[in-house]
Design a binder for this molecule. Structure first.
Ligand code: DUT
Ligand code: MG
Length: 149
């Protein structure tokens, strides 16, 4: 368990807090805080930055990842453009979701619609040590399909 402070911003004050859809869900679904009378329409191939009406304070040593919902991807071709989005522990601004429509139809984002999910994860803080050579491995510099299909 990790405690995360959450602030509902004025334009999202009536929206539910991010919630897990089931007891074992890894992600908390994020709502769209677009105006009720002005849904956002994302044309095929276009993307939009969707507000959530939420700000959070993560404890040091944690990040939040903004991940797509598979249902939106499977049914509409809509996903998170920068997936997984990274929310830094020191970020106090509004959480936003960059949605892209890879589908063939315009996609309408309505107020309160669950558009993405937020997964909180521990992050390791790397301490870089510069060296003149790296330890050898069997793989070496092979990558990008080097092991075959
Ligand atoms: O999907 C996202 C990704 C980022 N952010 C917020 C939180 C994050 O802490 C901040 C910066 O994100 P990132 O580091 O990915 O973007 P950047 O282009 O490197 O911006 P910056 O120079 O502000 O770090 O933007 C979101 O609200 N949603
Ligand atoms: Mg950054």
């Amino acid at each position: 368990m990790v405690s995360v402070a959450v602030l509902r911003l004025p334009h999202g004050s009536d929206l539910p807090l991010p919630a897990a859809a089931t007891a074992g869900a890894a992600g908390l679904d994020l709502p769209a805080a677009v105006p009720a009378d002005a849904p956002v329409v994302i044309a095929p191939g276009a993307y939009a930055m969707v507000p959530t009406g939420l700000a959070i304070a993560l404890p040091e040593g944690f990040e939040a990842q903004v991940r797509p919902r598979s249902g939106l991807a499977a049914k509409h071709g809509v996903t998170v453009l920068n997936a997984p989005g990274t929310v830094d522990a020191d970020y106090r601004g509004e959480l936003k979701v960059i949605l892209i429509n890879h589908g063939r139809e315009p996609f309408t984002v309505e107020r309160g619609q669950r558009i993405a999910q937020m997964v909180v994860a521990a992050v390791a803080v790397p301490v870089l040590t510069e060296v003149s050579e790296l330890p050898e491995t069997v793989r070496g510099a092979g990558g990008f399909g080097s092991t075959g299909r």
